[in-house]
Design a protein around this ligand. Structure first.
Ligand SMILES: [Zn+2]
Length: 514
């Protein structure tokens, strides 16, 4: 009998979160797609024995800031087949080139939103040439306008035009680091960028104002994003709401979805976050006085592992303002709550490994510069916690895949209508793990150790991780983007757009008239 499939995965427990399918089956892959899910014996040119293993949709990370060969390897070891940056993103004029640069040489599927912060850097600080998040050390060093400056009418329009350029090029909505900007971003500005993305039916994903904050301020920050989304009928994503107030933020998302709105949220399963030392919310007025933290207990240097004091923080700010730090902000016990929330996505917020000038695909994991462990371990950690705490496997698999694919698919993003699902006809992005042993190994002290218990990962029908080894030179990753389109903003002349932008009243006619 001749092999009918290029790849067959035999005897694994197949989980599909969309249909709740959970049964032992054989999976046949052909032409990059799942061609069969069957109890019958099937033959492939290549065979994986999945006896005792779970066969799940490839994990989707919508909050990944560091698409590099050495970091993508770690993501694959954690079961991730798609890495998108929907929070920070890439500069609008650079979106097309970013996709071109990753084409044919990337092991995972890849994609970017358009970066609000970089549009502001260009217009308000004069920094051109920004790329993706690792460029932020340069753009932030070029000035503080991106954070503190309120644009005038002309500047405001220019910001929108740069964002529009990225949306026309197929960017995945707009990512905003609003919480890093101060009085520079008016309520009107956030509303206008949500309107612009909404004209394309695309989401704005935001690190909201006041994150991380108190239960009140944190929730208010998300309410700003979500109220705009409701008023505009535009999709929105609440970035890392794993902070005080998470219960209410989740309830808002669920209730808005019940009313037909495409809004969702993501968490990373760690009590600590990670950011640059000069983040506005780490200043004493906010971090110490408002939020009640002590630097000595909560602010740790990623490289040295030392905790800062107020004085050592100030000294370091002069030397290396964007140095990466870990900040402890939530009780460990909250993580289990987050992992039980329906409809939520697990992401990583994976950060750069710096300095990275000499890193290559071959750099051993243990030699990679330290970074927050979430980039290496979020998915395996969630699966381990589920095992240890009796959380259903289907819930974690849904959070790792379908819960991100579904809302992105609803935006008309074809690539996400056919991923995140273990169903015949879907793209064969598949993660195979051992539910009894899967575990994270990365720690705050050593954040670059790969997860284990995820022996096989398949991207677009091609085996990329085999027997827990990432295969060198195998680059089946596909772009996750919209088709380039004409500007949807052109019906508004630049002059009209100016008026639309700041001059109230704006065109407020809703679907049912004025
Ligand atoms: Zn963030």
């Amino acid at each position: 009998m001749a092999a009918e499939y290029s790849l067959v995965i035999n005897g694994g427990r197949v989980l599909d979160p969309e249909t709740n399918f959970d049964a032992v089956r054989n999976v046949g892959v052909k032409d990059g797609r799942i061609a069969a899910i069957t109890a019958k014996k099937i033959l492939g040119e290549e065979t994986i024995d999945a006896d005792g293993l779970v066969v799940a949709p490839g994990f989707i990370d919508t909050h990944w800031h560091y698409t590099r060969p050495w970091s993508n390897k770690l993501a694959l070891r954690d079961g991730r087949t798609t890495l998108l940056d929907l929070e920070f993103g890439t500069h609008g004029p650079y979106i097309h080139q970013w996709y071109e640069e990753n084409r044919g040489n990337t092991q995972v599927n890849y994609g970017q939103a358009v970066a609000h912060e970089f549009a502001r850097s260009e217009v308000l600080d004069g920094f051109t040439g920004a790329q993706d998040l690792p460029s932020a050390s340069k753009t932030r060093a070029a000035g503080t306008g991106w954070s503190v400056k309120l644009p005038n009418l002309e500047e405001g329009n220019r910001i929108l035009q740069l964002l529009d350029e990225g949306l026309q090029a197929g960017g995945l909505g707009i990512g905003s680091t609003l919480g890093y900007m101060r009085e520079g971003v008016s309520a009107r500005e956030l509303f206008e960028i949500q309107r612009l993305a909404g004209l394309y039916g695309r989401q704005v994903g935001a690190h909201c104002r006041y994150t991380p904050g108190t239960e009140v301020t944190e929730t208010n920050g998300f309410q700003e994003l979500l109220a705009n989304a409701a008023a505009l009928g535009a999709p929105a994503m609440a970035c890392h709401f794993n902070n005080p107030g998470y219960n209410l933020v989740h309830e808002l998302l669920v209730r808005m979805r019940e009313r037909g709105m495409n809004v969702w949220g993501e968490i990373y399963p760690y009590a600590a976050g990670s950011t640059a030392l000069n983040a506005v919310f780490l200043e004493p007025e906010m971090w110490v006085e408002t939020l009640g933290h002590r630097y000595e207990d909560t602010l740790q240097d990623v490289v040295t592992g030392e905790f800062y004091t107020q004085q050592s923080r100030e000294e370091m700010l002069k030397k290396d303002p964007v140095r990466l730090v870990v900040l402890y902000k939530m009780p460990e016990s909250a993580i289990l709550d987050w992992l039980k929330l329906p409809g939520v996505s697990i992401v990583t917020d994976g950060m750069p490994m710096l300095p990275d000038d000499d890193l290559t695909w071959d750099t051993p994991y243990e030699d990679l510069p330290n970074t927050h462990p979430r980039g290496a371990g979020s998915n395996a950690k969630s699966l381990r916690l589920a095992r240890e705490n009796d959380i259903s496997l289907m819930q974690i698999v849904a959070m790792s895949s379908y819960n991100s694919a579904r809302p992105l698919g609803l935006m008309g993003l074809t690539a996400m209508q056919e991923r995140g699902r273990m169903q015949e006809g879907m793209v064969a992005d598949i993660t195979i793990f051992d539910p009894q042993t899967v575990t994270d190994n990365a720690t705050y002290a050593k954040g670059t150790l790969p997860s284990t218990g995820i022996p096989h990962v398949i991207v677009n029908g091609t085996v990329v991780v085999k027997d827990s080894e990432v295969l060198k030179g195998v680059n089946p990753g596909q772009p996750i983007r919209f088709e380039p389109v004409e500007s949807r903003a052109t019906p508004l002349s630049v002059e009209g757009w100016t008026k639309q932008y700041y001059a109230a009243p704006v065109d407020f006619c809703g679907p049912s008239g004025c």
